[in-house]
Design a protein around this ligand. Structure first.
Ligand code: ZN
Length: 429
């Protein structure tokens, strides 16, 4: 075990299991009494707090889904009287209503403590200077990164997303050491710094990034262009306080999650049964001390797996792998289930291609066609395009067992966005 941390507790796995059982009993008791939504659900399946004798009893509880949150709008899962609610946050609702979650004062304390652990595990000290370049306001990102950094004790520079010129100026003038952003924003800032000839004037050491999927290639690209010592993928979602639910350590082999704050299950998204230890499935979370909007077996739709082995970094907190996709992002092409992450993994094999890509799906005369748009790297000659396209297409055929036509574009021509980059354009109607 590590043991030398200020924020990360030094629990053994037995101690974590004990905390989980106590927390599970508390949560089930709390929501059975205080949440109309959960008490109804539990009544339907005939479980109560008295039924929880061991962690295995978790499986007797019903799942909670994003639809349950939407149906309970504007205050879904609310399990405390309104006078205890001090904050709300929401996530973007692409269709229909947003997911709105309530926080008590204790919920905010737990959140910022989890977040401070993330900065600690990423190797920051109170002498670090942290620039927060993620969305503020209703979103959890800005508030979370800021609360956590202040609680940790670092100098915090809240900027928000976008505004590349201002970001670069602050990075240089304030000699910022830690950038907090999405992976695409880090990539963009790295490109801009190089274009503006400012790379040498940066003092960045770390980037904490999250909020969207990324590829190892994308990561290497921004680590290099920003001159980083390390970058750390942070996990979390609005439903589970916000970002800060876990982070990669310096070993960069999966995400340590705070097992004393929530329980992780990995299930088969079709059968809803637990997968074998170490197998990929859907991440399901149950909170252990969340007061205002507790989660009981919440289906996140994120795909990952538990990493059962102890981490070489010495931190005893459990690990899951990086999120490899969303169970909803999956598309079916000529009868094959495909996750965009699989295309990204194929592109990893090609140093001549950048990490940007887009998948276009269309239907012609009743048949589905897939084309993958890829950018060549700046120093790669254009004459190589047709060879590269064929090689990538062959590799897709070999690994994903489907045919795709690959089109190579010049560097910087595929759309970038500050927020989540849309990878799949499905025009099959
Ligand atoms: Zn570790």
């Amino acid at each position: 075990m590590g043991g030398n941390y200020r924020f990360i507790p030094d629990f053994t796995s037995e101690e974590i299991s004990e905390i989980q059982l106590e927390g599970l009993k508390w949560t089930v008791g709390h929501v059975s009494v205080n949440s109309p939504f959960y008490s109804e659900r539990f009544k339907d399946v005939g479980v109560s707090a008295d039924n929880i004798k061991s962690l295995d009893d978790l499986r007797r509880l019903p799942f909670t889904t994003a639809d349950d949150l939407k149906n309970g709008y504007p205050f879904p899962l609310l399990s405390v009287p309104e006078e205890k609610v001090v904050r709300i946050h929401g996530s973007s609702g692409t269709t229909g209503k947003r997911k709105i979650l309530c926080y008590t004062e204790k919920d905010l304390r737990v959140w910022k403590d989890m977040f401070a652990r993330c900065y600690e595990l990423a190797g920051l000290t109170t002498l670090d200077r942290v620039q927060v370049c993620v969305g503020y306001g209703l979103w959890t990102a800005g508030a979370g990164f800021q609360l956590g950094s202040e609680h940790f004790g670092a100098m915090t520079v809240p900027v928000g997303p976008g505004m590349l010129e201002i970001q670069l100026q602050l990075l240089v003038d304030m000699q910022i050491t830690c950038l907090c952003s999405t992976a695409s924003m880090a990539l963009l800032l790295g490109e801009e710094a190089q274009k503006a000839g400012l790379s040498d004037q940066l003092n960045l050491k770390r980037c904490i990034f999250g909020g969207e999927s990324h590829t190892p290639k994308m990561r290497r690209q921004f680590e290099e262009s920003l001159g980083l010592e390390s970058s750390h993928d942070i996990s979390g979602m609005t439903e589970l306080y916000g970002p800060g639910a876990g982070i990669e350590c310096t070993a960069q082999d999966g995400i340590h999650y705070w097992g004393d704050r929530y329980i992780v299950e990995i299930i088969d998204p079709v059968t809803l049964e637990p997968v074998e230890p170490g197998e990929v499935g859907e991440l399901v979370v149950t909170t252990l001390c969340k007061e205002a909007s507790p989660l009981v077996r919440y289906r996140t739709r994120d795909l990952t797996r538990i990493i059962p082995e102890p981490c070489p970094c010495g931190c005893g907190m459990p690990r899951h792998d990086k999120i490899s996709g969303r169970s909803d992002d999956m598309f079916i092409f000529r009868g094959v289930n495909i996750y965009p992450g699989q295309i990204a993994s194929v592109l990893e094999h090609f140093p001549e291609a950048s990490s940007e890509y887009q998948i276009y799906l269309e239907r012609r005369e009743g048949l589905d066609f897939m084309s993958v748009k890829v950018e060549r790297k700046p120093d790669v000659p254009e004459e190589n395009d047709s060879n590269l396209a064929k090689a990538i297409s062959d590799e897709i055929r070999k690994f994903i067992l489907v045919r795709a036509s690959v089109e190579i574009y010049k560097p910087g021509s595929l759309p970038r966005s500050f927020a989540k980059t849309k990878r799949v354009i499905d025009e099959r109607g």
